[in-house]
Design a binder for this molecule. Structure first.
Ligand code: TYD
Ligand code: MG
Length: 452
């Protein structure tokens, strides 16, 4: 592309386009491609010689970065054990999911633990944030509060105050007077994030950026920021459920895939230290179509209930509705059940759901999904004290999964006494837990549902 040629960017997925288009070919969004001011071409030539940078070897170990903790364990764990200084963190999530609430609570918690914390709101007036703080019982926490959207003023303030933690709520409302496009556009979001991240690194301030995302990507932003920051956390939950999950999807300073579980209550978010009990709490009598999956989320075992409903379909193409699981995975499991075990689901509508608004992405959930489907189809309840886990391969074989013992121990703690696991699972027996190991799906079907 010629220098300074106009560049076009999709505000929904961030894809670059050479020319304007009504529809982005990358994500399919309509009317999302806008013209962007080109980034500067950089220094024309590198006048003069640079200096030689110091090189080292891989063995030399720097000290682990010092971390500040908030005392909110669910948050500290997702951060990888606390907040690393001079790091940049993005917290994304749907509007209204509770990001501002979470971060106001986090600011107060860090402030009470001696970290100088600043909360800059670009969306709400200070009075609104103060009212919320009052309601959450945080009004006495020594948080520095500001309401501003002009990034030049914010950076000047940060430089003068030098807090340990600065929260910017949200990155979509920030604007730089050097960038022409409107706040919330890809170029503003990218430039503002770049300024803030650079500032964080240079001045040793930990910065948390709040970013709105919607499932269909209607609001510009966080995607283009993800690669600039050290840590990306998503705050998710189903509407109508009060559970909220803070999930690490990228973390340069800790394990990714870690989750923290919260519950939205009348006085803010409260931590859920035993999520399994919560996700299973609304289970009533043993019912056909329900199976309990012993899963691992990050470093923690979490038990969830998988529910299935199968009913004759009036439609030519039966319905497949999935909540909380990958729909491609459901199709695969249905195909394996049909091809390897001779159990057809053609002509049947299938509804699959993870109870409590949890989202399960582990392949280890396959066996519990198959069990829930079979149980619904055959109208036979699975014993209420049984957990299941195992990955199903296309041949119908059950593959062992990691951390078998942790799964079993968590199940024990919650009163389960039987488990179905793949053959060759690596484990020492867990006392009080009857574990049956099965080589493949056919054996499982034969055992649980007669000949199938
Ligand atoms: P908010 O933190 O403003 O969401 P976001 O910043 O992600 O847009 O949370 C808004 C929702 O949370 C709102 O619908 C009301 C609810 N809420 C509670 O249920 N309890 C509370 O104590 C607070 C502060 C909010
Ligand atoms: Mg908000």
């Amino acid at each position: 592309m010629a220098k300074n040629a106009p560049a076009f960017t999709c505000t929904s997925c961030g894809a670059a386009h050479k020319k304007w288009a009504g529809r982005c070919d990358s994500c399919g969004a309509w009317n999302s491609v806008i013209e962007e001011a080109p980034l500067s071409a950089g220094p024309k030539s590198l006048g003069g010689k640079g200096r030689v940078i110091a090189l080292t070897d891989l063995a030399t170990q720097a000290d682990p970065p010092p971390r500040a903790t908030s005392g909110m364990e669910e948050l500290d764990r997702v951060l990888g054990g606390g907040l690393v200084e001079a790091s940049a963190i993005l917290v994304g999530g749907d509007p209204g999911i509770g990001k501002s609430t979470l971060l106001l609570q986090a600011a107060a918690a860090f402030a009470r633990n001696g970290v100088k914390s600043m909360y800059i709101s670009g969306e709400e007036a200070t009075a609104q944030v103060q009212m919320r703080a009052q309601r959450l019982g945080l009004a006495d926490a020594p948080v520095f509060l500001g309401a501003e959207t002009n990034l030049r003023d914010i950076l000047t303030t940060l430089d003068a105050e030098r807090p340990g933690l600065a929260i910017i709520d949200s990155i979509q409302t920030m604007w730089l007077d050097t960038v022409e496009s409107a706040p919330g556009s890809v170029s503003q979001v990218r430039s503002a994030a770049h300024e803030l991240v650079t500032f964080a690194k240079k001045r040793g301030v930990a910065i948390i950026l709040v970013g709105h995302v919607t499932k269909d990507g209607q609001i510009a932003g966080p995607r283009v920021v993800e690669h600039m920051v050290d840590t990306v956390l998503y705050f998710e939950g189903e509407r109508g459920h009060h559970f909220r999950i803070l999930r690490a999807v990228k973390n340069r300073f800790g394990p990714a895939a870690e989750i923290g579980v919260f519950e939205m209550t009348g006085d803010g978010l409260s931590q859920v230290t035993n999520p399994s009990a919560l996700f299973l709490s609304d289970r009533d009598k043993p019912a056909p179509g329900s199976a309990v999956f012993a899963g691992i989320e990050g470093t923690r075992p979490v038990l969830t209930e998988i529910q299935a409903l199968v009913s004759p379909s009036p439609l030519g193409t039966p319905r497949r509705t999935v909540v909380g699981l990958d729909s491609g995975r459901l199709s695969t499991i249905l195909a394996v059940l049909e091809a390897r075990c001779g159990i057809p689901f053609a002509g049947l509508d299938v509804y699959l759901n993870v109870a409590g608004g949890m989202r399960v992405s582990e392949p280890a959930a396959d066996l519990a999904v198959a069990a829930a489907l079979l149980s619904a189809r055959e109208d036979v309840a699975i014993p209420p004290d049984m957990v299941l886990f195992g990955e199903i391969s296309l041949s119908g074989a059950l593959r062992p999964v990691a951390q078998t013992e942790n799964r079993l121990k968590e199940a024990m703690k919650l009163g389960f006494t039987q488990a179905i696991a793949p053959s060759r699972s690596k484990m020492a027996g867990v006392e009080g837990m009857a574990v049956r190991q099965m080589p493949d799906l056919t054996a499982f079907v034969g055992e649980m549902f007669g000949a199938g």
